[in-house]
Design a protein around this ligand. Structure first.
Ligand code: SF4
Ligand code: SF4
Length: 182
């Protein structure tokens, strides 16, 4: 209708189109405004109360890593793939075997950009992106997480990495497990 009008009477067609466009925009505004008076409407913070009731994350969300120290073979593939060089792997020759023993596996989360490029090349599938997104701390040192010093269930857990566990890991001298070649 508007197209026909614009073809026959361009000036009238333009006026009708402008009024219809403004009306459509105002209708969206009006609908949203009316919704604010619904009695069952809740604010965002009434739906989600962090940390007891966190906002659910998408299934393929890329949060803090999950790392399984017990299967890592210290091949360095993940560190080489990292575009910002924020994975630091410590290792030493395992006695009586050709493999390596992990002595540290630290990720600097002040540099990590959660691209997941470190996950793809791992030959033994021991590093994944997890679902955790909360690791607040008061110092930059708190952003460096050494997974080799976290309890295994925290390092590999889906959503259990937390500031308390990371703070406790800072005072642990030895890795919690020496890897498969221990
Ligand atoms: S997610 Fe990306 S930036 Fe972070 S450690 Fe892995 S490769 Fe590096
Ligand atoms: S996490 Fe995977 S890719 Fe990285 S050092 Fe361990 S085995 Fe190699």
């Amino acid at each position: 209708m508007i197209a026909w009008l614009k073809r026959v009477f361009p000036w009238l067609g333009n006026i009708v189109e402008a009024v219809a466009t403004v009306g459509a925009g105002m209708w969206v505004t009006l609908r949203t405004w009316i919704k604010t008076y619904r009695p069952d409407r809740k604010t965002f913070t009434e739906h989600f109360e962090y940390p007891e009731l966190p906002v659910p994350v998408a299934a393929r969300y890329r949060g803090f890593h999950r790392f399984d120290l017990t299967t890592c073979i210290a091949c360095d593939q993940c560190a080489k793939a990292c575009p910002v060089d924020c994975i630091y792997i410590g290792k030493e020759r395992a006695q009586g075997s050709k493999g390596f023993k992990i002595t540290g596996y630290a990720i600097d989360y002040s540099k990590c950009m959660f691209c997941a490029l470190c996950v793809e090349p791992c030959p033994v599938d021991c590093i994944f992106m997890g679902a955790s997104h909360d690791l607040s701390c008061y110092s930059r040192d708190g952003c460096i997480v050494d997974f080799a010093r976290l309890p295994l269930d925290v390092a590999w857990g889906r959503a259990t990495i937390n500031p308390t566990a990371v703070a406790q890991s800072k005072v642990i001298v030895e890795p919690v497990h020496g890897g498969p070649n221990q």
